[in-house]
Design a protein around this ligand. Structure first.
Ligand SMILES: Cc1cc2nc3c(=O)[nH]c(=O)nc-3n(C[C@H](O)[C@H](O)[C@H](O)COP(=O)(O)OP(=O)(O)OC[C@H]3O[C@@H](n4cnc5c(N)ncnc54)[C@H](O)[C@@H]3O)c2cc1C
Length: 415
């Protein structure tokens, strides 16, 4: 039987970052996962560390866009019809949270985390010897129509108020930045401060290695074995049971598998998303991630090739993959960048853990001594992982948190 100060359940980028920050504060920590660090959702994202995010992903603002999604013609979103009754309450909350005034509120509420996101990753990556995976060339968003470009004016206004740097570009200026793109768009915005990662799995593994170097224990085990034993929390692992006074649930889209049996109900949903790698044709190169705003996909240069990530799919987390969005968006993607053969036979599928208000849950679990929550980072779990690790470590050790953690508390769902 091992005893540690803290057990962290889930070795995705969020749990691994938390474990590192706790270990840096001198605590003994067991990081438990049923697989290897980084193999879950954190494996397959678009690799963007985006301190610049202003507005979260939102419910379609126009009836025309909603109709295109409903009739399954939009590349931006897909859904399983039989899943709609289950997800309907969440979608209604998401629509309410997408009202313009609420988007501005969310931007303000999330700002402290986004504002420190890049700095915390840069520090962690340097300590972990993973700085070579980070690239500081920003993120390019392209707009095919004047209307789509005009629609993001409000976001750029708020960005200016926050002091977030971005450069609106015409087509020629964008092509000067990314000469292998085809000029099928009219406008672009270069968010100059964004950092990108060329291998998100390697980054999580580097953080896990840093954790081990700090004396942390990485163990294989099923988080669903979590239970109370006397005054401690206990989890069963391949190395035997581990006890700790505090436990962190950092299980991303699987968090409720552990929390529901403990009687903790939180309105977490998943937005599924796919990726696939393609070889560039000829000498084509991409220097930074590029988002095709109207089509909802992103192209990102990775070690494995050009990673094309899709928009969202509303379906049960464990339902079989239905990667139909590739059929809808590949013609547009091939028109934008000369994608060659695909690298793998099948797309990868992941599930973004999302709350409808686009805020994660970070902090104590209501009514359960020693139980802490850290999940629901949605579209920005890679970005927010390191800063979440810092905030959690500060809260769990009684230090003064660098920002007010109240807006991220699970209590907001208990009113
Ligand atoms: C297509 C796509 C593109 C994205 N692009 C970006 C991006 O560019 N930038 C960004 O910031 N974010 C992006 N994201 C979001 C980001 O990837 C996620 O928010 C983030 O990976 C969540 O990390 P996590 O550690 O919470 O979850 P995960 O990485 O899923 O980790 C959870 C861990 O829990 C473990 N686990 C689950 N059940 C059990 C159990 N019973 N016992 C033990 N262990 C268990 C899993 O094995 C896993 O390792 C994207 C997501 C997708 C799907």
């Amino acid at each position: 039987m091992a005893h540690t100060d803290i057990i962290v359940l889930g070795a995705g980028i969020v749990g691994t970052s938390i474990a590192v920050y706790l270990a840096k504060r001198g605590l003994s920590v067991a990081l438990v996962d049923r697989g290897a660090p980084g193999d879950g959702t954190s494996y397959g994202n678009a690799g963007i560390i985006e301190g610049n995010t202003v507005f979260p992903a939102a419910f379609p603002a126009s009836f025309a866009e909603l109709l295109r999604i409903v009739t399954k013609r939009s590349p931006v979103a897909n859904y399983h019809l039989g899943f709609l009754p289950q997800i309907a309450p969440w979608l209604l909350s998401f629509r309410t949270a997408s009202r313009p005034v609420r988007l501005i509120e969310t931007a303000q509420t999330m700002r402290p985390l986004f504002a420190r996101a890049i700095a915390e990753h840069e520090m962690l990556a340097a300590e972990a010897g993973a700085d070579g995976h980070l690239s500081r060339r920003g993120w390019l968003k392209i707009y095919r129509t004047d209307a789509a470009f005009a629609a993001q004016a409000a976001e750029r206004d708020v960005a200016q108020r926050f002091g977030i740097s971005n450069r609106p570009l015409d087509r020629d200026a964008a092509l000067a930045l990314e000469p292998s793109l085809n000029g099928v768009f009219r406008h672009a915005v270069h968010w100059t401060g964004a950092v990108s990662v060329d291998n998100p799995l390697a980054l999580t593994r580097a953080y896990a290695a840093r954790f081990a170097a700090l004396g942390g224990l990485t163990l294989s085990g099923d988080a669903r074995s979590l239970h109370r034993s006397d005054r401690h929390w206990r989890v069963e692992t391949a190395a035997g049971p581990v006890d700790a006074g505090d436990v962190v649930i950092a299980l991303g889209p699987w968090a409720l598998d552990v929390l529901s049996p403990l009687g903790i109900a939180l309105p977490l949903a998943v937005k599924r998303g796919y990726h696939r790698h393609f070889r560039p044709q000829g000498n084509a190169v991409l220097s930074r991630p590029v988002l095709d705003v109207e089509n909802g996909y992103n192209l990102a240069p990775m070690e494995q090739g050009i990673r094309l990530t899709t928009g969202v799919e509303f379906a049960a987390r464990d339902a079989p993959p239905t990667p139909v969005q590739f059929d809808r968006l590949l013609p547009a993607a091939r028109g934008l960048f000369p994608l060659g053969a695909s690298v793998e036979p099948k797309p990868w599928l992941g599930a973004r853990p999302c709350f409808a208000d686009s805020r994660p849950v970070i902090g104590r679990a209501p009514g359960q001594r020693g139980l802490w929550l850290s999940f629901g980072h949605g579209h920005w779990g890679l970005t927010l992982s390191a800063v979440t690790g810092r905030l959690m470590a500060e809260m769990m050790t009684g230090a003064t948190p660098f920002c007010d953690p109240k807006p991220y508390s699970a209590e907001r769902f208990m009113r």
